[in-house]
Design a binder for this molecule. Structure first.
Ligand code: NAD
Length: 269
């Protein structure tokens, strides 16, 4: 009998591993935190919302997981270093780092509408937040026997999106960062991948509509956008993205590195 499938079941567990999820208080990050906790990892939720991070940690606790919430603005290098030190002190290291914290940018068409301040704010959070965490977690990830970095990019990092230039550039840069670090960390067997979600109705979507970032013709017509742009003609869910991240965190994915994986119903085909 082929016992391959049975032996692979053991490789799915994250028991004994420590995971950090930035932006884990809500939206996609909260689903990722639930997924990793469900696979057995201890999870630190690092979010600029202290209350949100704490509440999410409580929810995971109630479900029987080990979790902590910490206030951490990823654009602030000192806060990131402090949070990384705190998790290493409590749980002895970091095995899985998921950089999910992100913000939508303000309307940017024509591109001159996007001010230098808006460019900086977007890049500081969406790109530099991941840079800060990848640096702060480098030593513990190298010491891990199964180090993983998973960066949550976007379809807009693959397909240029002129109505939010700073966001699109920040997400493309995150893909590039993932590939650069994948090469840098390959010998240490730390994998680095970028996951690109498609269309998901999270609080971020509401923010885009409220700020008038989306093209006026489409406004808040989420379903219409999905029909127009998604070959599978259905939106993705936060759980769809979390399942992909969960897989990449396990031993099953130990040879997958430097990849850009769309969870987008075919948008980027
Ligand atoms: N929703 C989508 O359709 C979609 C599509 C593609 C990619 N993404 C990406 O997925 C990630 C999560 O998006 P979402 O839709 O769940 O967004 P969301 O707005 O629902 O949640 C974002 C989370 O990040 C946190 N956050 C924001 N700025 C932060 C900072 N400076 N430091 C720490 N935490 C911070 C927020 O407090 C919040 O908990 C983002 O990186 C986003 O760009 C989302």
């Amino acid at each position: 009998m082929d016992t391959g499938a049975l032996s692979r079941l053991n490789q799915v567990s994250l028991q004994g591993r420590v995971a950090v999820v930035t932006g884990g208080a809500m939206g996609i990050g909260s689903a990722i935190a639930r997924e990793l906790a469900g696979l057995g990892a201890k999870v630190l939720i690092a979010d600029r919302s202290a209350g949100g991070a704490e509440q999410m940690a409580q929810t995971l606790h109630q479900a029987g997981a080990q979790a902590q919430g910490i206030a951490c603005d990823v654009s602030d290098v000192a806060q990131v270093e402090q949070a990384a030190q705190a998790v290493c002190q409590s749980w002895g290291g970091i095995d899985v780092l998921v950089n999910c914290a992100g913000v939508a940018s303000a309307p940017g068409q024509p591109y001159t509408r996007c001010t230098p301040e808006e460019w900086r704010r977007t890049l500081d959070i969406n790109l530099m937040g991941a840079v800060h965490w990848c640096a702060a977690a480098r030593e513990p990830l190298l010491a891990s026997k199964a180090g993983r970095i998973i960066n949550i990019s976007s379809i807009t990092g693959v397909i240029s999106t002129p109505y939010m230039p700073a966001y699109s550039v920040s997400k493309a840069a995150l893909i590039s960062l993932s590939k650069v670090l994948a090469r840098d960390l390959a010998m240490a067997l730390v994998t680095v991948n970028a996951v690109c979600p498609g269309y998901i109705r999270t609080p971020m979507w509401g923010e885009l509509v409220q700020r008038g970032t989306l093209p006026e013709s489409e406004g808040d017509k989420f379903d219409q956008r999905v029909r127009l742009h998604v070959p599978m003609q259905r939106p993705q869910s936060v759980e769809d993205v979390a399942a992909c991240v969960g897989f990449l965190a396990t031993d099953l994915a130990c040879h997958i590195t430097g990849q850009v994986i769309g969870v987008d119903g075919g948008v980027t085909i």
